[in-house]
Write a protein that binds this ligand. Structure first.
Ligand SMILES: [Zn+2]
Length: 194
C-alpha cells in the first residue's frame, strides 16, 4: 500500500462538485485493486494565499492527516503580463545562474600550474595531470575532500547567494504582480492510498 499526495489547480469559479466527482473517478481508477476512495474536499474559504507556493505551505500546515483533502485559494500573476521589473529580474537571474554554474564546475586543477596539488584534509600529493585527465573532479580521490581553496569556495558561495537573492526578489515581484494584476485559483490537495 502506498500513500499518494497530489496537487491540482483550478480557476476560482470552478464547479466544486464536478471537481470532486472527476477526482473521485480518477482515484477509483488508480486504486482499483484496493477499493480506495477519495475523502470529501474541504474548500477552505480564507485566506487567499499570495502565491502557489504559499498555498502549498498553507495546505501542509493545515492538513488534518488521515487522507485529508483540502483546497485553498491563491493569487497567480497573468502570464504574458509580467512587469518590466520582473522581466529584468528574469534576465539577471539567468546571468547569475550562468556565472554560478561556471564557477562551480570549473576544475581547480585547470587553474593551477604546479605539477602537484596537496589535499589539506588527508595530506596526499595529487598529480595535477591525473586530476585533469582522469578524475576530472574537484574532490580528492583518496578522501573525498574538496580540493579548492577556501577563498574559491567563498567566491562560489557568494555567487550562489546573489543568485538566491534574485530569486527572492522575483518571488516578491510575482506576488506584487498577482495582487495588482492577477487571477485567483484554487490549489487542491488530494490524498489516497493505492
Ligand atoms: Zn584527501
Amino acid at each position: 500500500m502506498s500513500h499518494n499526495i497530489q496537487y491540482r489547480d483550478y480557476p476560482e469559479n470552478v464547479d466544486k462538485d464536478k471537481v470532486f466527482s472527476e477526482l473521485s473517478i480518477y482515484v477509483q481508477n488508480e486504486c482499483w485493486q484496493e477499493g480506495g476512495h477519495l475523502n470529501p474536499i474541504r474548500w477552505v474559504p480564507a485566506p487567499v494565499c499570495e502565491s502557489i507556493d504559499a498555498a502549498q505551505q498553507y495546505i501542509e500546515t493545515h492538513d488534518r492527516g488521515w487522507y485529508d483533502c483540502l483546497a485553498v485559494r491563491y493569487r497567480e500573476p497573468i502570464r504574458g503580463k509580467e512587469s518590466k521589473a520582473y522581466l529584468d529580474l528574469v534576465k539577471r537571474r539567468a546571468k547569475a545562474a550562468d556565472r554560478y554554474n561556471k564557477m562551480y564546475r570549473e576544475l581547480y586543477a585547470a587553474t593551477v600550474t604546479a605539477a602537484f596539488i596537496g589535499c589539506k584534509s588527508c595530506g596526499s600529493k595529487l598529480s595535477r595531470e591525473h586530476l585533469l585527465t582522469r578524475t576530472r573532479s574537484n574532490q580528492c580521490p583518496l578522501c573525498g575532500a574538496d580540493l579548492r581553496p577556501a577563498s574559491t569556495l567563498e567566491k562560489i558561495q557568494k555567487a550562489r547567494d546573489s543568485m538566491e537573492e534574485i530569486n527572492k526578489k522575483m518571488e516578491q515581484e510575482a506576488c506584487r504582480m498577482a495582487k495588482t494584476n492577477g487571477t485567483v485559483r484554487w490549489l487542491v490537495k488530494i490524498e489516497f492510498h493505492t
